[in-house]
Design a protein around this ligand. Structure first.
Ligand SMILES: C[S@@+](CC[C@H](N)C(=O)[O-])C[C@H]1O[C@@H](n2cnc3c(N)ncnc32)[C@H](O)[C@@H]1O
Length: 280
């Protein structure tokens, strides 16, 4: 997949894209990431990208023109076969990022991530671009760059072949699902030594009984989810915990809802409301 990032701080991405999973994904050819400086598209002598807000008040607002031109320039590069680019604006006012949305985004051939700064972005260019607005959570960051990195990391690790077997995403929190689709947290993990600071590894993990280990892990996932995130268990099918079918676990990390979208670069069309990922 290809990801274009639009930012006024492109240097922030250099170390990130050269490290760990995003770097592996790029190296493996599963991900192309292009970072564009919005400032380079400002049609004024001083490459100014922001101005004072109409109506007064504190802070600066990012102007329409540099952002719009940067989007058009990025989208015109290497157009995907079907011309579809999913535009994403990082925004505290957007849909809260969840694993089902990450899984859906990871299936798209092209994403364009727009990072705001200052007080935010002139509303008119947001309306014109009609992006999917994604929030990291109910708090305010100084800019969208950290959000873009979170998103890139989350989708990179779901690209086929990027994670080795030992770090498979299929058994992570939010990827394992009960047979009726509730998302579960991961089970606890242990490594050597068997005893540390008077704390011992659960016997079952040393038993060599793989079926018993699987059962224990399933029970732990359910118990943890109940204790820590009962909201994930919308309707509690877990009163009688059932073992999770292995096939279900492996499919879940890459399973996405079929959703329609229309976001051709030349029309400026956007992502429409019917794109909610399964379980979101
Ligand atoms: C200081 S914030 C602007 C906040 C805006 N005035 C508001 O209150 O909604 C600047 C930029 O940081 C990014 N940002 C801040 N909080 C974020 C969050 N929770 N999730 C994603 N992006 C965020 C957005 O790109 C935003 O345009």
């Amino acid at each position: 997949m290809r990801i274009d990032v639009l930012t006024i701080f492109p240097d922030l991405f250099a170390g990130f894209l050269q490290t760990s999973i995003p770097a592996n994904a790029i190296e493996a050819g599963a991900l192309q990431c292009h970072v564009h400086d919005i400032r380079a598209h400002a049609a004024n002598r001083h490459h100014k990208v922001d101005d004072r807000p109409f109506g007064g008040g504190p802070g600066m607002v990012m102007m329409c023109q540099p952002i719009f031109d940067a989007v058009k320039a990025a989208e015109s590069q290497d157009p995907a076969a079907d011309g579809v680019v999913v535009r994403v604006l990082l925004s505290p006012q957007g849909e809260r990022l969840t694993q089902p949305r990450v899984e859906w985004l990871a299936q798209q051939p092209r994403l364009l991530l727009l990072c705001g700064h200052y007080e935010g972005i002139d509303e008119r260019v947001i309306e014109e671009l009609n992006p999917l607005e994604i929030s990291l959570g109910d708090y305010v960051l100084s800019g969208g760059e950290l959000g873009a990195m979170v998103l890139i990391d989350a989708v990179a690790r779901l690209q086929p072949g990027v994670l080795g077997h030992e770090e498979s995403a299929a058994e992570d929190s939010f990827s394992v699902r009960t047979p009726d689709g509730a998302h579960l947290l991961d089970c606890p993990h242990y490594t050597r030594p068997r005893e540390w600071n008077g704390r011992v590894v659960p016997d079952v993990l040393l038993s060599g009984d793989h079926a018993a280990v699987d059962r224990w892990r399933d029970e732990q996932r359910v118990a943890r989810t109940r204790a820590r995130r009962p909201d994930l268990l919308a309707h509690d099918p877990l009163a009688n915990p059932q073992p999770l079918p292995a096939a279900n676990k492996h499919k879940s990390a890459t399973h996405v809802a079929r959703a329609t979208r229309s976001n051709a670069p030349d029309t400026g069309g956007g992502l429409h409301g019917e794109t909610a990922p399964e379980g979101a």
